[in-house]
Design a protein around this ligand. Structure first.
Ligand SMILES: Nc1ncnc2c1ncn2[C@@H]1O[C@H](COP(=O)(O)OP(=O)(O)O)[C@@H](O)[C@H]1O
Ligand SMILES: [Mg+2]
Length: 509
C-alpha cells in the first residue's frame, strides 16, 4: 500500500530557522518527480541528485511518479539542503524506512550523486530552531555536526552518506550522536595582532584602550604607512572576550553566510571586518533577493574598520547612521522586513589630506588649504558625531621601529578593559545601557556629575577650544570611561584633561 511520507526539515530566513514539512506522495503514470512549494533552481535539481543517490546507495527507486511538496508554500526554499529529507521521504513511501524512525527529528543535508552527504550552511540556526520547537534529534551532514552540537539538549546525528543513514534508521548500524565535547578549540578566523608587536605609538594604543573600555568609535588620522591599519587590526585583541551567547550569535551569522570554516564550529574571537570603499550598499548593510547579512552584521560584536574613510562617499556612510544608533539593521523586502544584528565598534582611518602628509613632521604636504578642508568635509557631521575618539597617528621614527623593546602585551590591556567594562555593567544594571558610549545627554548628566574643579575646567575648555554641545558630551562620556579604567568612581580633572585630547581637531561639529 503506497503511502504519503512526511519528513521535517528546515529553511533559514534571515537569521532564523523555519520548519519545512517535506511531503512525498505517489501518483499514477510515468516515473518522474515534481517538486512544488516555492523551490528555487537548486531545490528543483534535487530530483537528479536524489534519484542517483538512492540508486548508488543500493536502494530501489520507485517506478512511479512522485510529488514532493515543501510546506509552508509561503517560505521560499533555497539551496540543496532539502535533498536528504526528500530522499528519506522517498524511502518512507517505498516502505524501506519506517516513519517512526524519523519521529521528532529534523533532517538537512545536500546529496552528491554517489550518495555522500555534503555540508550545508546555517546549521547552527537550524539546531537552535530544532530545540526551540521541541524536536529531539537533528540529522545533519557529518561536516556540520560539531556546529549543531553547540546547542544543548538536542541529539545531533552526523550523517556521512545516505547508505549510512539508511543503515542507522533500520537499525543495522547505529551512528553515535555528536558530542559537544568534540568541538576542537578555536582555530583563529581573524588574524590576531598583539599590541606588544606595535612599536611606539603609545598615545594611540592608549586611545584604543579607552575606546575598547567604553565601546567608543574611533577615527585614526595620519600619513600613509604610519600604522593605522595595523593599530586598528590589533584592537580586537584587547576587546573584552566574547561570552558564549555572543559567540553563538556571531557563529550563527557566519554559518548562514557560509563563512564558517570546517575546523571552527564556534567563533570565539571578535570579528574584524574591513570592507573596501567600493563596496555596494547591500554588501555593507545587507540585502539582496534572499536578504543576506552585510559587512556590518559580519562585524557584529566586533570591529567594522573603514580604511580610507573619505573614499566611501557620503551616500554609503549615511546608511551607517541608523545601524550605529540602533545596533541592528532592518531590511525591507516584498513580504515584510528582516532585522539583522549589527552591534559593532566603528574604526575609521584616513589620511589627513589627499596627498597624505598634512601635519607630517618629515614630509611637506602639497595640498592647497581649500583642498584639505574639502577632503575632511567628505565625512558628514552626523557620522563624525558618532565617533567619540579622534586620534592622530604620526609616523614612528626608525629608531623606535627597530628597537627590540617589547610593548605591553594585549592580554594585560584586555584585563584592564574587562575590569572597566564590569564597572559599567554594575553602574548600568536595570538600564538599557551597555557601555559608556551608549549614554544620551540626559544619561550623561545623571552618570557623569562634575565637581567644582571639573566644571570650571570644562567651562574654560568650551571657550578656548570652541567645543560644541556635542563635543562637550563626548568629552564627558570619555572622561567616564577613563575614570572607569582607573577604577575611580568620580570623574576628576585628570580624566577630563585626557578626554579633551581625543576631541576632533580640524572641525568639531
Ligand atoms: N608602530 C609600528 N610597529 C611595527 N610595525 C609598524 C608600525 N607602524 C607601521 N608598521 C608597519 O608598517 C607597515 C605600514 O603600516 P600600515 O598599518 O599599513 O600603515 P597605514 O595604514 O597607516 O598606511 C605595515 O607593514 C606595518 O606592519
Ligand atoms: Mg592603511
Amino acid at each position: 500500500m503506497p503511502m504519503l511520507a512526511r519528513v521535517y526539515s528546515c529553511a533559514v530566513i534571515g537569521l532564523d530557522g523555519v520548519v519545512v514539512e517535506v511531503e512525498v506522495d505517489y501518483g499514477q503514470g510515468l516515473p518522474k518527480m515534481s517538486i512544488v512549494g516555492l523551490p528555487d533552481e537548486a531545490v528543483k535539481e534535487s530530483r537528479e541528485r536524489v534519484f542517483s543517490a538512492i540508486k548508488n546507495a543500493g536502494l530501489s527507486y520507485p517506478r512511479k511518479p512522485l510529488t514532493v511538496n515543501l510546506a509552508p508554500a509561503s517560505v521560499r526554499k533555497e539551496g540543496p539542503s532539502f535533498d536528504l529529507p526528500i530522499a528519506l521521504g522517498v524511502l518512507v513511501t517505498e516502505e524501506l524506512v519506517a516513519p517512526e524512525a524519523l519521529e521528532s527529528a529534523l533532517v538537512v543535508g545536500e546529496l552528491s550523486l554517489d550518495g555522500t552527504v555534503r555540508h550545508v550552511r546555517g546549521v547552527l540556526a537550524m539546531a537552535a530552531l530544532a530545540r526551540q520547537e521541541g524536536y529531539r534529534r537533528l540529522f545533519v551532514p557529518a561536516a556540520d555536526a560539531a556546529e549543531a552540537a553547540l546547542i544543548p539538549d538536542l541529539e545531533v546525528i552526523p550523517v556521512d552518506s545516505l547508505a549510512a543513514l539508511y543503515a542507522h534508521l533500520v537499525g543495522e548500524s547505529i551512528i553515535a550522536p555528536a558530542l559537544a565535547a568534540d568541538i576542537p578549540t578555536n582555530t583563529p578566523l581573524f588574524s590576531r595582532i598583539d599590541f606588544s608587536e606595535i612599536k611606539g605609538q603609545e598615545h594611540v594604543k592608549r586611545a584604543l584602550e579607552v575606546a575598547a573600555a567604553g565601546g567608543h568609535n574611533v577615527l585614526l588620522s595620519g600619513p600613509p604607512g604610519a600604522g593605522k591599519t595595523l593599530l586598528a587590526r590589533a584592537i580586537t585583541s584587547i576587546l573584552p572576550r566574547l561570552s558564549l551567547d555572543e559567540a553563538l550569535e556571531v557563529t550563527r551569522i557566519y554559518s548562514i553566510c557560509d563563512m564558517l570554516p570546517m575546523e571552527t564550529p564556534l567563533i570565539q574571537q571578535r570579528p574584524f571586518r574591513s570592507p573596501h570603499h567600493t563596496i555596494s550598499h547591500a554588501g555593507l548593510v545587507g540585502g539582496g533577493n534572499q536578504p543576506h547579512p552585510g559587512e556590518i552584521s559580519l562585524a557584529h560584536r566586533g570591529v567594522l574598520f573603514l580604511d580610507e574613510l573619505p573614499e566611501f562617499g557620503q551616500r554609503i556612510l549615511e546608511v551607517l547612521r541608523q545601524p550605529i544608533e540602533d545596533k541592528v539593521v532592518t531590511i525591507s523586502r516584498a513580504n515584510g522586513s528582516l532585522t539583522f544584528p549589527a552591534n559593532f565598534m566603528l574604526i575609521g582611518a584616513m589620511n589627513p589630506c589627499p596627498c597624505g602628509y598634512y601635519g607630517d613632521n618629515m614630509r611637506q604636504c602639497t595640498c592647497a588649504p581649500s583642498v584639505i578642508t574639502n577632503y575632511q568635509k567628505r565625512i558628514s557631521g552626523p557620522l563624525l558625531d558618532r565617533i567619540d575618539i579622534h586620534v592622530h597617528v604620526p609616523r614612528v621614527d626608525f629608531q623606535k621601529l627597530s628597537s627590540q623593546r617589547q610593548g605591553e602585551p594585549s592580554s594585560v590591556i584586555q584585563a584592564r578593559v574587562e575590569a572597566a567594562r564590569s564597572r559599567q555593567t554594575q553602574r548600568f544594571t536595570g538600564t538599557r545601557l551597555v557601555s559608556n558610549a551608549d549614554m544620551t545627554p540626559a544619561e550623561i548628566r545623571l552618570y557623569c556629575p562634575l565637581d567644582e574643579a571639573c566644571t570650571s575646567l570644562m567651562k574654560t575648555a568650551m571657550k578656548q577650544l570652541q567645543l560644541t554641545a556635542r563635543g562637550y558630551h563626548r568629552v564627558l562620556k570619555l572622561a567616564r570611561t577613563i575614570a572607569d579604567l582607573a577604577g575611580d568612581s568620580a570623574i576628576s580633572t585628570t580624566h577630563l584633561a585626557e578626554a579633551l585630547q581625543y576631541r576632533a581637531r580640524e572641525r568639531d561639529s
